[in-house]
Design a protein around this ligand. Structure first.
Ligand SMILES: [Zn+2]
Length: 392
């Protein structure tokens, strides 16, 4: 908002009038948007795709005084977990942070809700939050931004509980979770699923951001002994079923491969992000010796642009739930041939979900839907100590 310059050659009466108008405007503006929501940093524009952090505060709440500290701790931890996890698996990252930082600090976009806290219980809150950020806060989005909406409905035990994330045609990647005022006190060096980090559902918060990046549910691999996966089951269920009380959590190799092609991780926007349909031929399973050692899926993929990586989700029928689905990856050769080794297979029937990662940051197999939803399904049987595809 521009305030009139009193040194201009306007007559005293007009000056008085214009001052009244400015004053009235200021009062109106103050009523429409609370002072704490008039955040100058909210107008800054990133020149590359980033994760956009929104702190959404209903009309009858005020943001906690130390929310900047809390959100920056969460952002620092997330950078370390995601970017560190990607590099640990040998993939490249083009940027030092998922976020736009000014002097190292992430400035959240603080958005005032139109309604009181009790109104905001559903994930659709992300729509009001993102639209307000774009319209009222003047944020200019990049096409591949991922929105991370934190909803603050009050001090614990009050909390926003319907955590979600995904992709929408309107906003691209989005996710919504609770802002817990105890985030300012977390220890970012502590295991992700332990102590206060566990109490405030920090893994669940970042898990939803993972969905915003297009990640499906991906379960932990017991042989790695690295605890739960970011995209795996919720902490309490993981502890009960696995018996692992370490509180550790990690980014799976398949997640790292999917994240590594995303424009935010690469730090650049691809010119063409169409979903590319694929055709898979000669798909077959070769069981490794000893039956329980696993199997290898091989085949050949044809597409307008050759994909980089093949992804296999092993949906066998003994999984404790979808969150436990183990995923495996393998490179796609110049001739389109690929091999993916499933080394924690279970001797039961199941089905494989197969899809591909492309250089333009997309993932699909059918060219219609994104990620796992656009996968090819290959049912298999375990019979005579061998895994076999039921329909080649
Ligand atoms: Zn989920």
């Amino acid at each position: 908002m521009k305030i009139a310059d009193p040194t201009t050659g306007v007559s005293p009466r007009h000056r008085m009038l214009s001052r009244c108008c400015v004053l009235a405007g200021l009062i109106f503006f103050a009523l429409a948007v609370p002072a704490w929501a008039q955040h100058p940093a909210a107008k800054t524009t990133a020149d590359r795709p980033t994760v956009r952090v929104i702190l959404f505060v209903p009309s009858d709440r005020r943001p906690p005084d130390d929310s900047l500290v809390g959100l920056n701790k969460v952002a620092d931890l997330t950078d370390r977990l995601i970017l560190g996890g990607i590099r640990k698996w040998g993939f490249r990252t083009g940027e030092p942070s998922l976020f736009q930082r000014v002097n190292g600090v992430v400035r959240p976009i603080i958005v005032a809700g139109k309604m009181p806290a009790k109104h905001y219980t559903k994930p659709s809150v992300h729509k009001e939050a993102i639209r307000s950020a774009l319209q009222q806060n003047g944020v200019i989005a990049q096409p591949h931004d991922v929105w991370w909406v934190f909803v603050y409905v009050g001090e614990p035990p009050e909390r926003y509980s319907d955590f979600r994330g995904g992709f929408s045609e309107e906003f691209g990647g989005w996710s919504v979770a609770n802002y817990d005022s105890r985030m300012s006190r977390i220890n970012i060096d502590a295991p992700l699923a332990s102590g206060l980090n566990d109490t405030i559902a920090l893994k669940g918060t970042i898990h939803e951001l993972g969905h915003g990046f297009g990640l499906p549910h991906i379960g932990p691999k017991s042989r790695l002994k690295r605890g739960n996966t970011l995209m795996g089951p919720i902490n309490a269920i993981y502890r009960r079923i696995s018996g692992d009380q370490s509180g550790k959590a990690y980014i799976s190799q398949a997640s790292a491969a999917m994240l590594a092609i995303h424009p935010i991780i690469r730090g650049k926007t691809p010119s063409d992000t169409r979903l590319i349909p694929t055709k898979v031929s000669n798909a077959r399973l070769i069981s490794s010796p000893g039956a329980t050692a696993g199997f290898q899926l091989s085949g050949r993929v044809a597409a307008e642009t050759r994909p980089l990586v093949a992804v296999v989700g092993d949906h066998h029928e003994k999984r404790p739930g979808e969150y436990w689905t183990k995923h495996y990856i393998g490179p796609v050769g110049r001739d389109g041939r690929f091999q993916v080794h499933v080394n924690e297979a279970v001797p039961v029937d199941g089905e494989i979900k197969l899809w591909f990662l492309f250089d333009n940051g997309t993932m699909t197999a059918d060219g219609q839907l994104r990620g796992a939803r656009g996968a090819i399904t290959l049912p298999y049987r375990f019979t005579a100590q061998q895994w076999q595809l039921t329909s080649p």
